[in-house]
Design a protein around this ligand. Structure first.
Ligand code: SF4
Ligand code: SF4
Length: 475
């Protein structure tokens, strides 16, 4: 056997054994995680020293491990063995990770004291580890959300590097991954924290007390950013002290929803947001990449997807409409229903916390990496309608080349049976497609191409018929 050819077989899905450099890199990355766990357990660590060590170890170790793992193999997609690993085949390891992630989110949302956040007084544990960074950026101790935002950004950067090495043969994957990494680091993390440092986005109560700061993440567009139109947010953005930044955010946020989103989705599909900008999509594409094959391709899942995502979209539209009604009329109820307890609170609890956070990320190892994007995100639902009925974006298929291997369907994170379209040579125009391009990247025959072209035949597209009926030529 040639030394450059990996020894692949069913019994040996790993091309080569882990070498010394990979093992050292893995130990370094794990050391970073160990620091986090030690801090969480309140081991006495100098946060100013150990926090940067933890961050550098996790990013550096993962990057070297990814580089070493993929660069020594020939270019091309490497998904060997995904159904053999416990973590990526819903085995015991996957369940353990899922339970840990889910538990972590529950603590973050409802029991932040258990991760070390102290409302008035000195932080403890994990949150305290991030105090020096928070103090350096904005002059105040960390909150559980600062800690979470930092870890989230680290995950996208570190695992984004791994993704880049894995998909290095595919220019589309390289560019869009660099794009989500920059979007997360600059627009979702750095700029909002710098604005917080300048006190631009502080929110005070009517009694003049500091009550936190509003989310200045400009790329988090309504309706994904569901509290954009809440009264405290609208008031804060109009406050004299925060001008002109406040008004810029207000106007830019509305323009993005009303003009930017439909125009961009018309021109290039919802991928401009879901696969190039969004933080949820960024985490799904990087940290969630090993789980993309777990998305259900069943017809029932497609039906459930359409019901759920559009229900959430209606929910956020109604909730926002009554919120704005209350804001402009000065009332706190509509048709006798309290706006906060009957609309805002249930949305924040069921959709904002449980669906997008706990299920959206915690269930990666069980349901795939785009559970939230596929079944819940109202922004994806809104763009999906435009993409389905009025957009230039489609995936074209050269059906004559298709060998029906099914790679495309397997790795479609949105559960689209891409192969069914490819076999018929039919363009793929689906509301749920996030334009990640992985179906095209894993196709061994170059059948699939993501294109923006004339938007013909959108309204009268034949339905996709699944099952034996699909092979009938005509009645
Ligand atoms: S159809 Fe292709 S581009 Fe669209 S979500 Fe699935 S894998 Fe990504
Ligand atoms: S990956 Fe390519 S060849 Fe395989 S089923 Fe899909 S379109 Fe056909």
């Amino acid at each position: 056997m040639s030394t450059t050819e990996p020894n692949l077989s069913i019994s040996n899905p790993h091309p080569e054994d882990t070498d010394v450099i990979q093992k050292v890199a893995l130990v370094v990355a794990c050391f970073g995680v160990l620091i986090l766990l030690a801090a969480w357990a309140n081991v006495a660590l100098d946060a100013a020293i150990f926090m940067p060590i933890a961050i550098i170890s996790m990013i550096g170790g993962t990057t070297v491990y990814g580089a070493r793992s993929y660069l020594k193999q020939p270019e091309g997609i490497k998904n060997n063995g995904v159904w053999h690993f416990s973590l990526t085949s819903r085995g015991a390891f996957a369940w353990a990770v899922g339970i840990l992630l889910t538990g972590f989110y529950i603590l973050l949302y409802w029991f932040p004291g258990y991760v070390g956040f102290v409302q008035s007084g000195e932080n403890q544990g994990l949150v305290a580890l991030f105090d020096p960074l928070s103090m350096a950026i904005k002059g105040r101790p960390a909150s559980q959300w600062f800690m979470y935002g930092t870890l989230y950004t680290i995950a996208i950067l570190a695992l984004g590097m791994k993704f880049i090495f894995k998909y290095r043969h595919n220019r589309y994957q390289l560019i869009r991954t660099i794009s989500v990494m920059i979007a997360q680091l600059v627009f979702a993390y750095t700029i909002p924290e710098i604005l917080a440092a300048l006190n631009y986005n502080d929110v005070t109560t009517t009694a003049g007390e500091y009550a936190g700061y509003y989310d200045a993440d400009i790329k988090n567009v309504w309706p994904l950013d569901y509290d954009f139109f809440y009264s405290y947010h609208l008031d804060a953005m109009q406050e004299e002290a925060y001008q002109p930044v406040g008004m810029i955010y207000l106007i830019a946020g509305m323009a993005l929803f009303l003009v930017g989103t439909p125009v961009l989705t018309y021109l290039i599909g919802k991928r401009w947001y879901c696969s190039w900008v969004c933080g949820c999509g960024g985490l799904a594409e990087t940290a969630g990449d090993p789980f993309r094959h777990l998305s259900s391709k069943k017809l029932g899942a497609w039906k459930l997807e359409r019901w759920l995502i559009h229900s959430v979209m209606i929910f956020v539209f109604v909730m926002t409409a009554v919120t704005l009604y209350g804001y402009f009329t000065g009332t706190s109820s509509v048709f006798g229903l309290d706006i906060y307890s009957k609309f805002q609170k249930p949305y924040g609890f069921f959709i904002g916390a449980i669906f997008s956070g706990i299920i959206g990320v915690g269930f990666y190892p069980m349901l795939g990496n785009r559970v939230w994007c596929r079944f819940g995100c109202p922004m994806a639902g809104y763009m999906g309608i435009i993409q389905r009925f009025k957009s230039k974006f489609r995936i074209t298929t050269n059906g004559g080349q298709c060998i029906s291997c099914g790679n495309c369907s397997t790795y479609c994170e949105q559960g689209i049976d891409v192969r069914a379209y490819a076999q018929k040579g039919q363009n793929i125009v689906r509301a749920s497609c996030v334009g990640c391009g992985v179906c095209s990247a894993v196709c061994p025959r170059g059948v699939l191409k993501l294109e923006n072209g004339p938007e013909e035949k959108r309204y009268d597209l034949p339905p996709i018929i699944i099952g034996n009926e699909s092979v009938k030529i005509s009645d």
